[in-house]
Design a protein around this ligand. Structure first.
Ligand code: FAD
Ligand code: NAD
Length: 403
């Protein structure tokens, strides 16, 4: 009898949790499992703000996929997924086609630019190892070049961060530590550097605890960050950005513009013809696509509703990992027989780092700020390594400088 073919797309948080749990749920003869990922490494998306600022080397944020999967049970294909043909039950990759009986889409997110002119061309994003390396090097080059220009140009040392959501705030926290280092390295007076955060909503970290927002903003302002709240980026140009507040517009010249103002699901999901909202598919409680019961979609490509407030849950690694565990159980039920379970997120909290030694957050219902929050953030980071790769991976890649 032919074994069912399970194909998992993406080796991020959702994909790796699915595969590592699936090999525990299914025996060798139960199914053929294939994992497809663009690179031979997994990166911790949740640490990319550090690699992008240059406060943590990108190699610390990634590890080899073969080190955490059971290679005798999982066929790992390093390839770029190009399209999904859900009618023919096929995936087209840069390395050829794969047919499936069950598909798990865990391809993560891409920046949402809301059609704002110039962002795709001129702004940087915090999306993967390549973009992080590029941004880190670009910022450093501006500092290295500043004193060599015949006429010093203040815009070289102006960094604009679009969006004061969690990504924007965490990146600003890293810049708060990195900029003094760069100034020292390149003989620059820190007064010449401007870090500007532009946020369209009436507050930073919209929806978060007001006391913690105040703490985060005061802390970052103390590190030299200027906030322009209630101000939207309208356009990005080779020279900088155009912002708008009420009826006024202003140009800010900046050599570095970082777009951290939201994400959408991987375009492959939209292109495959799944019904979606900004690339995210509203999945059934068992995490399958309502019209395609052989396809599971998880992580940033999925949309699940928080019934308490009737709004989508924000896409997080926390949810992607929990979804991976549920999908593994549900695939095992489909292959071996049994009933499928409904996914229920267990939100343990949210902590945003403000550089290496500070943070704000709510964990297990308790508000935290300062070094305690920062220690909690590192525990969360280590836990995610543990969940995928056990104690060995924590020892290899974990964060242990708690205070
Ligand atoms: P990902 O983990 O992003 O993985 C997607 C995988 O698919 C990657 O390996 C990618 O290489 C691969 N891939 C993409 N396209 C293709 C293709 N075409 N072909 C083949 N492979 C492909 N969430 C939290 O819960 N806590 C946090 O503290 C937190 N911090 C964050 C900090 C930053 C800077 C950012 C940007 C996000 C943060 N998030 C956090 C959100 C979290 O990172 C995402 O929700 C999470 O990564 C989603 O997991 P995923 O499995 O859907 O996708
Ligand atoms: P987000 O959508 O959470 O925040 C984007 C911010 O950009 C919002 O505050 C929005 O008002 C603002 N914005 C949108 N358009 C703008 C414009 N034209 N000009 C200026 N500001 C604009 O996106 P994110 O911060 O990238 O986070 C993405 C997901 O990842 C979220 O679900 C978030 O919870 C998660 N995340 C979590 C953590 C953490 O838990 N520590 C860290 C980073 C990201």
């Amino acid at each position: 009898m032919n074994k069912p073919k399970i194909v998992v797309l993406g080796a991020g948080y959702g994909g790796l949790m699915t595969v590592t749990r699936l090999t525990k749920q299914l025996g060798t003869n139960d199914a053929d499992i294939t994992l497809v990922n663009k690179h031979n490494y997994h990166y911790e998306t949740t640490w990319l703000h550090e690699a992008s600022a240059g406060t943590l080397h990108h190699d610390r944020c990634r590890y080899q996929i073969k080190d955490v999967i059971n290679s005798s049970r999982v066929n790992f294909v390093q390839a770029t997924v190009e399209s999904i043909d859900k009618e023919a039950k096929k995936v087209v990759t840069s390395d050829g086609e794969l047919s499936y009986d069950y598909l798990v889409v865990a391809l993560g997110a891409v920046p949402e630019t809301f059609g704002i002119a110039g962002l795709k061309e001129y702004a940087f994003s915090i999306s993967n190892i390549n973009s992080a390396r590029q941004l880190r090097e670009h910022i450093e080059l501006q500092f290295a070049t500043y004193n060599t220009d015949a006429e010093k140009r203040p815009e070289r040392l102006t960094i604009v961060v679009g969006g004061a959501g969690f990504t924007g705030i965490e990146f600003l926290g890293e810049l708060g530590n990195r900029v003094p280092e760069l100034c020292k390295e390149y003989d620059i007076d820190q007064k010449d550097v401007r870090i500007i955060c532009v946020e369209a909503a009436p507050t930073a970290l919209p929806g978060f605890d007001p006391e913690l927002i105040d703490y985060a903003m005061n802390y970052l302002q103390g590190k030299g960050v200027e906030f322009k709240i209630g101000t939207a980026i309208k356009e990005c140009t080779p020279e900088g950005i155009i912002v708008g507040k009420d009826d006024d517009t202003e140009e800010i010249k900046a050599a570095t513009v970082v777009w951290a103002a939201g994400v959408r699901g991987n375009p492959i999901v939209e292109e495959a013809g799944f019904e979606n909202m900004r690339g995210r598919v509203k999945v059934s409680p068992d995490l399958r696509v309502p019209e395609n019961d052989d396809v599971f979609i998880i992580g940033d490509c999925s949309l699940i509703i928080n019934e308490e407030i009737n709004r989508p849950y924000p896409p997080t690694a926390q949810i992607a990992m929990q979804q991976g565990e549920t999908v593994a159980k549900n695939l095992a039920a489909l292959v071996k027989g049994g009933s499928l379970e409904s996914f229920k997120p267990d939100i343990k909290g949210t902590v945003a780092s403000l550089g290496e030694h500070d943070a704000v957050g709510v964990a297990f219902g308790k508000k935290l700020q300062g070094t305690k929050a920062s220690a909690m953030k590192k525990i969360i980071d280590n836990r995610s390594l543990f969940m995928v790769g056990g104690p060995g991976l924590v020892l290899k890649k974990g964060k242990f400088k708690f205070f």
